[in-house]
Structures are given as structure tokens and as C-alpha cells.
Design a protein. Sequence first.
Length: 277
Amino acid sequence: MILRELMIKAQARLRAAQIENPGRDVRKLAAAALGVPSERLTLMSESAASAEQVTHFESLVSQRLARKPVARILGHREFWGRDFEISADVLDPRGDTETIVLEALKTPAKRLLDLGTGSGVLAITLLAEWPEAQAVASDISNAALAIAKKNAAAHEVAGRAEFCCSDWLDAISGQFDLIVSNPPYIAESELPGLSADVTLYDPKIALSPGKDGLAAYRKIVRDAKNHLVLGGRLIVEIGASQAIEVQKIFTQTGYLGVACRQDLGGRDRVVTAQVAN
Ligand SMILES: C[S@@+](CC[C@H](N)C(=O)[O-])C[C@H]1O[C@@H](n2cnc3c(N)ncnc32)[C@H](O)[C@@H]1O
């Protein structure tokens, strides 16, 4: 079958299933099925795809029709310009989380801790940006830590990273210049409103701590204070409606310079603060 026709039909099926951006998704899936960069698809569009390529493409499109996000189908996601392996055991990293990286990079750090590292995007990105830095990356999920370790090796920062299975800071020792975290923060009441792409595929433990969604902040903000050097910073991602509540948790715990930063969409996304120096 001619590639162009195959792609047009697939787009129509995704559109009928009300999947946003069907053209973009079909290009990525077609490129993966053919094993070529997506920039080559136009050049190849009048060529016939082999029976094997058609079968592979159809199986990828069926997964998208079952609402599986393209990054999960392909098993990798780009974050801060680098490619990260992902699996069913980790959150599919979101572009909005790059707001933490942007904030963190404003002040260099030598020792950093990433709580709830998932695929390792935050710890690994910061280690790659700061060649002198050392990091501890922790998660309560050993399966997630296994993916983070693979990503650290792929980005050649494994020698500067330590991985630790811990319930937030319970098993963490040592002092850090910077602690970052993108904890689960969706309130229980908001879970039914999430799209199937999220609820069917992101691990529940990565999405919500239950109840009002603030439990992880209460624990992290309280315990991080004991692991930050004087002047050290804590930077956490928040849900767009949580800025006031989370800043209050920081202020009541005695942090200084508590501030909120917005993502590229203008939504409140990160709370940053430091311990007294
Ligand atoms: C929203 S995901 C963030 C993953 C990754 N940092 C990112 O930004 O893509 C939250 C992570 O916190 C981990 N987590 C959930 N509860 C935890 C706990 N009590 N202690 C440590 N990690 C936890 C989950 O396994 C998950 O990997």
C-alpha cells in the first residue's frame, strides 16, 4: 500500500476517535513503523510500504486508538532536549516539568536530591547540565528506579548518581544544596476528570497521593529542611490551583523567599524557597 494513503486513512480513524493532533501522531507512528526519521516521510510518501511495515504501523495505530500516548507506544520521551526511556512503571514526563529545570539552573548546585524521580528526568537533566554535580535520585518504586538507572547510563551520568528506594526522605541521608520534586499532586476528586490517555497509562502512584492532593508536600517540605545546607533550595512542581496552599505549607515550616513560578502556558507550576542562611 502507498504510504500516503496509509497515513491519510490512519489520520481519519484517529480523528473519528476524537484524538487530538492526529496528523502529528500518525507521522510519529509511521516513522517508527518504517524505521526512518519523520522528516523523510514526505519524500517517501508515494512509495509502497511492505506488508510487514503495514502490519507494524496498524498495530501502533490500534494502540493509539486505545488512547495510549505516542510516547508510551514508542517507549521514549524527549525532555529538556534529551531522549528518555519510559515504561508502564513511570510517569510519562510532561513538558511543564521543565519549569523546575529552568528554576533550578538559575543557581548552580553541587549536591542535589530528586524525590520521586520516576524515569529520572530531573536528576539526569541537572547532572548533564552541571558536569561537577552529584545526585541522589529516589523513588518508592523499585521498577521506576530501574528505568532511571538505565536513563542515567544512557546519558553518561550514572557515575555521579546514586539511586535510593525511599518513602520521600525516610531513607535519605546527607545534606544537599538543592532538592527538587515533582510529587503526585492530583486531588482524589479530580481523578475522574482526567483524560483516558492519563488514567489508563500513567501509574496511579505517580498521579495522586489521595484526598486533597497535598499530602506529599506536607511530608517533603517538613523533612527536606533537615537535608538542606544553609541557603539550600527546595523546588517542587504543583498543580495549577495549588499555589496558595503549597506556599502556605512552606511559609508555616519556616522557609524563606517562598515564590511561585509559571509554566509556558502562564499557569502556576512551581514553588521555590530556601532555608535560612
Ligand atoms: C509525578 S511522578 C514524577 C516522576 C518524574 N520526577 C517526572 O517528573 O517525570 C511522581 C513520582 O513519585 C513517586 N512516588 C509516589 N509516592 C512516593 C513516595 N511516598 N515516596 C517516594 N516517591 C514516591 C512515584 O513512584 C513517581 O515516580
